[in-house]
Design a protein around this ligand. Structure first.
Ligand SMILES: [Zn+2]
Ligand SMILES: [Zn+2]
Length: 174
């Protein structure tokens, strides 16, 4: 997701460009992919301000039933990119000093949104992904996927600490 802003940087502050997002892989364990969206780039005093709305699809693993499922989300990105060189003199510019990580326009006047998007995708991922809110998860005794049907252990509603005991009782019964 690279956008050349050489022309825009020669224009006055406030000038804008819009780009449509093409299907792109973002990279990462859940293989997230940008599917569509729009990127607006505004010329600022020190560089450009990127405003983007991007649809991302990723393959997550449900924390209850361990099945993979697709999740799509709309991310809104707003980040300023600072120019690395002064276009009129060609000299390197000092990056604004700040504790905040900042992004810069590279020396070929390219704004690369891939890393930015990757960070937004990570921040957006749920800590405990669920394939659906009412996912029943796996049986603590036999590992059966309770979404597919109740197993014979009938342990789905039991505290997992009782699971082993329930298993023993069952053996004694049989
Ligand atoms: Zn699930
Ligand atoms: Zn079971």
């Amino acid at each position: 997701m690279q956008y050349n802003v050489a022309q825009l940087l020669r224009e006055p502050t406030g000038s804008t460009r819009s780009f449509l997002v093409e299907k792109t892989s973002v990279g990462g364990p859940e293989s997230p992919e940008a599917t569509q969206g729009e990127v607006r780039i505004l010329r600022t005093h020190q560089g450009v301000l990127v405003n983007a709305d991007i649809e991302v699809e990723a393959n997550l693993t449900c924390s209850r039933c361990l099945r993979g499922f697709p999740r799509s989300s709309s991310l809104h990105i707003e980040e300023e990119f600072f120019a690395a060189i002064d276009l009129s003199t060609g000299r390197h510019l000092d990056q604004p000093s700040s504790d905040e990580p900042s992004f810069s326009i590279d020396e070929d006047n390219v704004v690369d949104l891939t890393e930015v998007l990757r960070q937004y995708v990570i921040a957006d991922e749920p800590m405990k992904p669920l394939c659906r809110a009412e996912c029943l998860g796996l049986c603590h005794v036999c590992g059966n996927d309770l979404n597919q049907g109740i197993c014979k252990c009938d342990a789905g509603s039991l505290d997992p600490r009782w699971g082993a005991l329930a298993g023993l009782l069952k053996t004694a019964d049989g």
